[in-house]
Design a protein around this ligand. Structure first.
Ligand code: ATP
Ligand code: MG
Length: 568
């Protein structure tokens, strides 16, 4: 590709709304352009990268035996009503009417449509196992689109759906997708981790996420290599403390703490640390409010809390009026003593003694609170987010926490959709069996941003080779003044292109500094400079995007370097 014909415009500065490196660099390098909130155009340079991701995903899906199809992006409401998700999905679902006033949505995912397809196409166990996939545009009206294509409203997903006769079949299909995803991310040259995950709105039992590790990630991943454990913090389990609780040493006292609605304020006035306090959160429940008690420095985990019996989903904090009714005090002074509503205690509270709690009286707290003396020793549950330093659930190691970007997600759905949409087949005995289903997503567009997040420096993108829009950038010096340079550069461009390398030939009439800066911004892995200085020796200046210095190399060496890096 000749730069002069590629229509590429790079920017010196990124627009102010770009908060993270990948978003800034994608805009500066001209990979994407914004249309409206969460909507982006993939420009020619960006599309080259996107197509590479797609190609690797497609190859690995095909290799795993999945069959590509293409479903409509627009889906009838009626299917979503049958699975109950028309109401459950809420404002994320983009809904619309056709000219006959029939209701539709723009697909945020395709479980309904594929199960409808399966219910019509699959009649006999002999057609199983089967796994259908597509690479297609989705729309989710995200509450907070941000970070460019990392969290956009319209994005491209590879979604696959497996159908099997029984749980063993599903497990095998799931493991095949696990292996295919691992192969995809290894081939793309990005560092990733597979973590246990919540199955969320899609429902079902087992699920794992593939995360690209990067500081800008929106998810927190708890892991411990020694104990072979990795989980999204959303689902990482905490352990009940093993040791004995210290004996009560202080009397129970009620102390005036005016205006202290936060743990920090209570700590300041009482001269204690958050670890010596509990916080009592009042949330909405099916039969009235429920209290959740956590150590003061711990964070409530909404996903765990809303799985507790009696707690409403989605988790909702009780309003001030309900707090007053339940505790007899203003919000901020609730405590577990003498509460007349269901109370859940987090595991970590089990080992506390002489702690501080709200007194259920406005502007008052209790100090020296002890289980077994002031209130019954409770059964405890897992209510909080794990933190770095916590023991692993197995107890054989300590958790560390890193940030991750979810690029893939695999689920065992079981029969959730097959039951509601009537997807059954006849087994070998002629008996009707409900299909066991799995679903598997990869965020194609998000991968591009995640790869940049993990691979960039202060000069620009540093593409892993398999994702690079071009293999090599060819930069002639004084192209427009030296016939010798022009001839050599043109010849090299033709030769390398004929060998199948993707070459960006910077034939602009621009200063070398401008060309170098653009090449680094765009992140092309190999750079070759043609200048009069080395022409007599049939040599060029070569530099890899990750190198600090260039070196002079002969034509044959150039070919060797390229062959090794591009073809492998
Ligand atoms: P997230 O937790 O990031 O919102 P999700 O769990 O809702 O994602 P899935 O339903 O698992 O997403 O979709 C499969 C994949 O699609 C995700 O792993 C992610 O890579 C990608 N994806 C989901 N939402 C978006 C989005 N708004 N923008 C870009 N990619 C997305
Ligand atoms: Mg997910």
């Amino acid at each position: 590709m000749r730069y002069s014909e590629f229509g590429l415009t790079t920017l010196k500065e990124a627009p102010a709304e770009a908060e993270i490196a990948s978003h800034r660099l994608m805009l500066r390098a001209g990979l994407i352009r914004r249309l409206a909130s969460g909507l982006f155009t993939w420009m020619p340079l960006g599309l080259r990268v996107l197509r590479k991701v797609e190609a690797v995903v497609r190859e690995e899906m095909n290799r795993a035996g999945a069959l590509e199809l293409l479903m409509p992006a627009v889906q009838p409401a009626e299917l979503w009503q049958r699975t109950g998700r028309w109401d459950e999905y809420g404002p994320v679902l983009l809904r619309m009417f056709d000219r006959h006033q029939r209701e539709f949505c723009f697909g945020p995912t395709h479980e309904e449509v594929i199960t409808d397809v399966a219910s019509r196409e699959l009649r006999s166990y002999k057609q199983l196992p089967i796994n259908y996939y597509q690479i297609q545009t989705k729309f989710r009206d995200e509450i907070r689109p941000r970070f460019g294509v990392m969290r956009s409203r319209e994005f491209i997903m590879k979604d696959a759906y497996s159908f099997d006769l029984d749980r063993d079949g599903l497990e095998a299909a799931y493991q095949r997708m696990h292996a295919a995803y691992t192969a995809v991310f290894e081939r793309l040259g990005i560092e990733f981790r597979v973590v246990d995950a919540d199955s969320g709105e899609i429902g079902g039992s087992r699920s794992q996420e593939f995360h690209v590790l990067a500081d800008a990630g929106e998810d927190a991943i708890a892991y411990c290599d020694e104990d072979a454990y990795a989980s999204n913090v959303e689902t990482a389990a905490t352990r009940r403390p093993d040791g004995e609780r210290a004996a009560a040493a202080r009397p129970l006292e009620k102390i005036s703490t005016p205006g202290t609605r936060s743990i920090d304020a209570v700590c300041e006035i009482l001269g204690v640390t958050p670890e010596q306090t509990v916080k009592t959160l009042i949330v909405e429940g099916d039969g009235g409010p429920v209290a959740l008690v956590l150590r003061g420095d711990h964070e409530l985990n909404a996903i765990k809390a809303q799985k507790l019996s009696g707690v409403s989903t989605p988790l909702t904090m009780a309003d001030a009026a309900s707090v007053r009714a339940a505790t007899g005090s203003e919000p901020g002074f609730a405590g577990p003593l003498g509460l007349d509503i269901p109370v859940y205690f987090d595991h970590a509270t089990a080992s506390m003694s002489d702690f501080v709690a709200g007194a259920n009286e406005t502007d008052m707290h209790l100090t020296g609170v002890n289980f077994g003396r002031d209130l019954e020793t409770p059964e405890t549950v897992d209510l909080r987010n794990v933190v770095a330093g916590d023991p692993t659930p197995g107890g054989n190691g300590t958790l560390d926490i890193v940030r991750g970007i979810e690029v893939g997600h695999i689920f065992q759905l079981g029969d959730k959709y097959s039951v509601s949409l009537g997807a059954t087949v006849l087994d070998a005995d002629g008996k009707e069996r409900v299909l066991q289903m799995g679903c598997y997503g990869i965020g194609i567009t998000r991968i591009v941003a995640a790869a940049i997040e993990q691979n960039h420096d202060d000069r620009g993108i540093v593409w892993p080779e398999p994702l690079a829009p071009f293999d090599l950038v060819l930069i002639p010096i004084n192209l427009h003044r030296s016939d010798a340079v022009r001839e050599a550069a043109e010849r090299l461009y033709a030769e390398l292109s004929a060998l199948g390398f993707e070459v960006l030939y910077d034939d602009r009439d621009a200063r070398p500094g401008v060309k170098f800066a653009d090449a680094e911004l765009i992140g092309v892995p190999h750079r070759l400079v043609v200048s009069e200085r080395h022409l007599a020796d049939d040599a060029f200046e070569y530099r890899h995007r990750r190198d600090d210095e260039s070196r002079t190399v002969k034509r044959d060496t150039v070919l060797e370097i390229l062959r090794e890096s591009v073809i492998s």
